[in-house]
Design a protein around this ligand. Structure first.
Ligand SMILES: Cc1cc2nc3c(=O)[nH]c(=O)nc-3n(C[C@H](O)[C@H](O)[C@H](O)COP(=O)(O)O)c2cc1C
Length: 209
């Protein structure tokens, strides 16, 4: 399968990037193709008002690397792992802007919108987050947002790994071993059991064989 890891911290070699690298190694271990895209490398601006910003041919007028990353790396991927530090109890502005910028390509005024909508659906999605604080719901806002993204795009939210640390790379010392868990998330992104039932969904009596 083809996977993409999207990293959203401005701090290179920081905690979320370290976990992202581990997840990418797990994906490679399992024989999947994996690319890492750092949002800071491909984006230099927020979404603008598409109605006034869009070019006459319907293309986004923001001249950075987002278009390429989104069309050539994000859309073709079967699975995506997003990695972000907790910033003010949400994802980083960098990663949020990556989500926002997709809007330009799903809007009806973009000539390829139909294909974009089709290719956005049905992916396997994982989340990696890091924070200084340790209480259990510190990243709940991010988890919830990603769950809604998955519901909206008919994707499958496979799992979330959270690591604790503040200084660069400190997440390595988190006794809950987030590096190992991130690696496992990558390794099993495409076959890990993931259930989100509706009341009428056919379901087996047991979860594990
Ligand atoms: C702007 C900013 C906001 C932050 N907000 C929070 C927060 O709300 N809760 C928290 O526990 N840590 C917060 N932190 C700490 C980071 O989440 C923590 O240092 C994390 O490990 C950084 O990951 P990184 O190395 O991938 O950037 C914040 C850090 C910054 C720079």
């Amino acid at each position: 399968m083809r996977a993409l890891v999207v990293t959203g911290s401005p701090r290179r070699n920081g905690n979320s990037a370290l976990l992202a690298k581990s997840a990418a190694e797990g994906l490679s271990d399992a024989g999947h193709t994996c690319e890492i895209v750092d949002v800071s490398d491909v984006m230099n601006g927020f979404l603008r008002d598409c109605r006034t910003c869009r070019k006459d041919n319907g293309e986004c007028a923001i001249g950075d690397g987002f278009r390429r990353a989104f069309l050539d790396s994000f859309l073709p991927a079967d699975g995506i792992i997003f990695a972000t530090p907790v910033y003010w109890y949400g994802m980083s502005a960098q990663l949020k802007a990556f989500f926002d910028r997709m809007f330009c390509y799903v809007a009806a005024s973009y000539p390829g919108a139909e294909r974009v909508v089709r290719d956005l659906t049905g992916k396997r999605i994982g989340l990696i987050s890091t924070s200084e604080e340790t209480y259990p719901t510190v990243a709940a806002g991010i988890v919830h947002q990603l769950h809604e993204y998955c519901r909206y795009t008919e994707s499958t939210f496979v799992g979330a790994v959270h690591g604790i640390g503040n200084a660069r790379g400190e997440v390595e010392n988190d006794p809950s071993q987030p590096l190992l868990r991130a690696r496992s998330l990558g390794q099993h992104l495409f076959e890990r059991h993931a259930a989100d039932y509706t009341i009428d969904a056919p379901r087996p009596g047991r979860v594990w064989a």
